[in-house]
Ligand binder design. Structure first.
Ligand code: C2E
Ligand code: MG
Ligand code: MG
Length: 573
């Protein structure tokens, strides 16, 4: 609907049309016709709210026009203001009989004209204003709705959720609420594997489901992508039931993929804190367990906040750390039990952070694996290790011990990995046997065929390949047969249980036998005590790595260990 009422001026006199139009155009949308026929044509095609009609017109005069209007259904309700010549009482009388509501006479006075037109519209104008008002209200509501809603699911969007949840919690102060943040693990995979539309169906299904969970007591929103958030009274929140119901709705779609929602929960203690922060906390809790096999939900606690802040600091500082050589290489000796000597070492990285102090790999390797930085850090470590091996050659005239480096699984996505390693070996004048490659057990399970073929190429070039953390993950013993590795590094969880559990001893014995048959060496990791050492030795293990013999040492200290060993051995010759 237009903003102003429409007024039609019907008069053959151009100057009258101009004057009246000038006086009225501010309040009305003004149309003009120069005679009765043109007026009828206009009223037939346009919505006209009021007509100002000259009585004296050639052809169809004003009275005739009003007669036709009166008998035409679509025009009969249009109020008419007649333009009479001053003193023409007959015409005035006729006009009134024909239904004109009022007159204006020349010369026109702007205030009088405006006043009369307004009066004539009178009740009509009120109706019109009401209609306009309600149309505007409707439009505002529609706009509001579209501004507050997520276009796909119709749930609230993020901003609306922040507002509505605050309102809800602050008005029902005797109720305790939870903010629950949901997210699908690897939603992108669903979009990639199937089709965007399949992804949308999943989201819409969740979009139908969440309102049934919160009912009239809570609210729900989709923030973006697969992130859904609900605000729900604590006594109505049964997270396991919610996830179960969600699983059922998603499973009913029959998509051939394991689609799993995870949830992070923030229990609201102060309804006046910003909902934005509450959602962040729920999200932090979610990120702790997302992708896990066993846990589907977690409650936020304050330690998570500290962890997140620390992680953000590490990610912020990683580039500068690499540039400023804050990453240092430690070496941990690998001992041969029979000959009682160091036969190898593993390079382990430490971050000497300028403000936090020494940071162990457990705090930054998983982070760098998730953001890809590990590939650059690994290459930095390998290069430093090659330099260390070269120094051994220079100092002892030979390489006393080969050094193992850890090769994060992300490296396997770089097609030039082998060439890169060969290039490094050449650059430092080394041979491939001097640098050993440790690959963690879980990497083998990602894409076994691909990894196996890469490993074969490494070995063909003379690199030894070690399977790290064997037994920690999901490997099966039968998998061993298919793995073309030189050495198994037994995870320390075995070591720590050896001697205490008959079952573990049996498994260890079996692994030793099998690896011998398959021509693989075994290194037992994490030997801390004499007792553990004895049990391990009894089981037939030849090489060990653990605190019992040596902790990881800075590279130059480890070099001293090698020097001492060299001197000892020279002396005993
Ligand atoms: P890993 O490769 O299995 O390395 C052995 C870990 O066990 C080292 O932890 C070592 O300090 C620790 N360890 C050795 N002996 C004992 C013992 O007797 N008892 C106990 N409790 N622990 C022992 P660290 O240095 O903290 O490294 C942890 C993990 O971080 C490594 O496990 C490896 O997976 C990863 N990592 C370390 N350096 C690098 C690196 O340069 N690149 C990559 N990609 N990963 C690395
Ligand atoms: Mg290792
Ligand atoms: Mg290990």
């Amino acid at each position: 609907m237009d903003e102003k009422p429409v007024l039609l001026i019907v008069t053959p006199h151009e100057e009258d049309r101009d004057v009246l139009s000038r006086y009225l155009k501010e309040d009305y949308e003004v149309l003009a016709a120069k005679d009765g026929n043109e007026a009828l044509a206009t009223m037939g095609s346009e919505q006209v709210d009021v007509a100002v009609v000259a009585l004296d017109m050639p052809g169809m005069d004003g009275i005739e026009l009003m007669t036709v209007m009166k008998h035409t259904e679509t025009m009969s309700e249009i109020p008419v203001l007649a333009i009479a010549n001053q003193g023409d009482h007959d015409s005035e009388t006729n006009a009134v009989e024909m239904g004109a509501t009022d007159f204006i006479t020349k010369p026109y006075h702007p205030t009088v004209v405006r006043h009369r037109v307004r009066n004539v519209l009178g009740g009509h104008e009120n109706e019109w204003r009401k209609a306009l008002q309600s149309a505007q209200d409707q439009k505002i509501m529609e706009m509001q709705h579209s501004m507050e809603r997520d276009y796909l699911t119709g749930l609230y969007n993020r901003e609306a959720f922040y507002r509505k949840a605050a309102e809800l919690m602050q008005t029902n102060r005797d109720v305790l609420y939870d903010i629950v943040y949901f997210d699908i693990s690897c939603f992108k995979v669903i979009n990639d594997l199937f089709h965007m539309e399949t992804g949308n169906v999943v989201l819409n299904t969740a979009g139908f489901y969440f309102p049934t969970v919160v009912g009239d007591f809570g609210i729900c929103a989709r923030f973006e992508a697969d992130h859904f958030v609900i605000c729900i009274p604590d006594d109505k929140m049964d997270i396991e039931q919610i996830l179960e119901g969600l699983d059922k709705s998603i499973q009913s779609l029959g998509i051939n993929h394991n689609i799993r929602f995870f949830a992070g929960i923030y229990h609201v203690e102060d309804a006046f804190l910003s909902v934005d922060r509450m959602c962040d906390w729920a999200h932090i809790a979610l990120n702790k367990i997302k992708g896990s096999y066993v846990t589907r939900y977690a409650y936020y606690d304050e330690s998570m906040w500290e962890i997140m802040v620390r992680e953000q600091t590490l990610v912020r500082d990683m580039e500068i750390g690499l540039y400023e050589k804050q990453f240092c290489i430690y070496m941990q000796a690998i001992y041969d039990l029979k000959h009682k000597r160091v036969v190898g070492a593993e390079a382990l990285v430490r971050w000497l952070h300028p403000t936090i102090g020494t940071v162990l790999p457990a705090y930054f390797i998983p982070l760098f694996e998730s953001n890809g930085f590990i590939v650059r850090l690994d290459r930095y470590v390998w290069e430093a290790v090659c330099q260390f091996i070269k120094e051994q050659k220079e100092r002892f005239g030979k390489v006393m011990v080969p050094v193992s480096v850890n090769v994060s699984r992300l490296n396997f996505y770089n097609l030039d990995l082998l060439q890169y390693l060969l290039g490094l070996v050449e650059k430092y004048g080394l041979e491939t046997w001097m640098l050993k490659l440790e690959i963690t057990e879980t990497a083998y399970m990602d894409e076994p065929e691909k990894i196996i073929s890469v490993i074969k190429e490494f070995r063909a070039q003379g690199f030894s390949v070690l399977m790290d953390d064997f037994g920690s993950g999901h490997s099966s013993l039968s998998m061993l047969k298919n793995l073309p590795v030189d050495v198994l590094k037994l995870d320390m969880s075995f070591t720590h249980e050896a001697g205490h559990s008959h079952r573990v001893n049996t498994i260890l014995k079996f692994i030793m036998q099998l690896s011998q048959e398959l021509g693989m060496e075994v290194i037992v990791e994490g030997v801390e005590t004499k007792q553990q050492l004895d049990v391990i030795a009894e089981l037939g293990c030849k090489e060990i790595q653990g605190y019992y013999f040596s902790r990881p040492l800075p590279a130059d200290e480890f070099m001293k260990v090698l020097e001492e060993q060299d001197e000892r051995e020279k002396a005993s010759l």
